[in-house]
Design a protein around this ligand. Structure first.
Ligand SMILES: C[S@@+](CC[C@H](N)C(=O)[O-])C[C@H]1O[C@@H](n2cnc3c(N)ncnc32)[C@H](O)[C@@H]1O
Length: 284
């Protein structure tokens, strides 16, 4: 059996009872470590799960999935994914490959970044397409997310923006030695995402959003001690310190329910300016 198990959002204790029981029955346990992260080191997970974890990088998952699936017809194998296995991450290739090899697959779900939608006071019904904002380089500034935000905003819908995680490739030298050594990953902050949003607005100039557009910064969703949710204009959020990763951003659309407005007020950076924006932009 191949178990594909969601680990939840924050630490080792977020796994479900079902997920933990499945892990305990497994011969090999892989941890997918490139699309999201938990806020605790691998060793802490290993201690809590009572199993050694094998890090599965993108190359292993995408090009060497048969290695993960080896003997899964007769043994239990677990593939662990931070958040939910199907929350803004699809491991459908692995599932399809397992099915082709007649390996039974069980998916065990968990909380995901998709939970940001309700946690920040907004309603799923009012969301449009989710987008990803990649790190720009001097020569590479992909901006297709701008069109998706425009489509959402034309319909008055909110946009959940997921922010890039850059896992650096191992050096050629290490590759030649058959060793995999990674530089620490880079995580995009809410501040960097807003800077890039402003940069693209300046180039495309269709006034899809402005420095005064209402938005929500969400950091370390799910942490009982350290979660941060802040509501303000993009400009106000730009100067906030959201602390350590992971971060996400929501750009609020014009179609808002009064309950969304009231809920967001709890998280307002500055209640007076929030009330003014709401009156001016939302007529509430
Ligand atoms: C590809 S998505 C994550 C998918 C993951 N499987 C899930 O279900 O949550 C990764 C992005 O989601 C956002 N994210 C994930 N966990 C988060 C958290 N706890 N707090 C804030 N943002 C988070 C970050 O922008 C991160 O770069």
């Amino acid at each position: 059996m191949l178990y594909i198990i969601g680990l939840g959002l924050c630490d080792e204790t977020d796994i479900t009872v079902k997920g933990l029981e499945a892990i305990k029955s497994c011969e090999r346990v892989y941890l997918e470590a490139y699309t999201s992260i938990l806020m605790v080191p691998k060793e802490k997970l290993e201690k809590f799960y009572g199993k050694e974890l094998i890090i599965a990088d993108r190359e292993m998952v995408e090009s060497q999935s048969d290695e993960i699936l080896l003997n899964a017809n007769s043994l239990n194998i677990a593939f662990l994914v931070v958040g939910d296995p199907f929350g803004a991450t699809t491991h459908t290739d692995l599932m399809i490959r397992a099915r082709e090899l007649n390996i039974p697959v069980t998916v065990i779900h968990n909380a995901s970044i998709m939970n940001a939608i309700g946690a920040c006071g907004l309603q799923l019904y009012n969301f449009g397409q989710t987008i990803s904002i990649p790190f720009f380089t001097d020569t590479w500034k992909p901006d297709s997310f701008y069109d998706r935000i425009k489509e959402n905003r034309d319909l008055g819908l909110h946009t959940l923006c997921l922010l890039d995680i850059k896992v650096k490739e191992q050096s050629i030298e290490n590759l030649a030695r058959g060793k995999k050594i990674y530089e620490p990953p880079r995580y995009m902050t809410i501040n960097k995402a807003i800077e890039q949003l402003f940069e693209i607005e300046e180039t495309r100039n269709q006034k899809v959003y402005t420095a005064e557009s209402l938005a929500i910064g969400i950091a370390r969703l799910g942490s009982s001690t350290d979660q941060q949710i802040k509501v303000g204009t993009l400009n106000q959020l730009l100067s906030q310190d959201f602390g350590s990763p992971l971060h996400s951003l929501v750009i609020v659309g014009s179609r808002v329910h009064i309950l969304e407005i009231d809920f967001m007020r709890f998280f307002a950076i500055d209640k007076q300016s929030y009330n003014e924006i709401v009156k001016k932009d939302y007529d509430i």
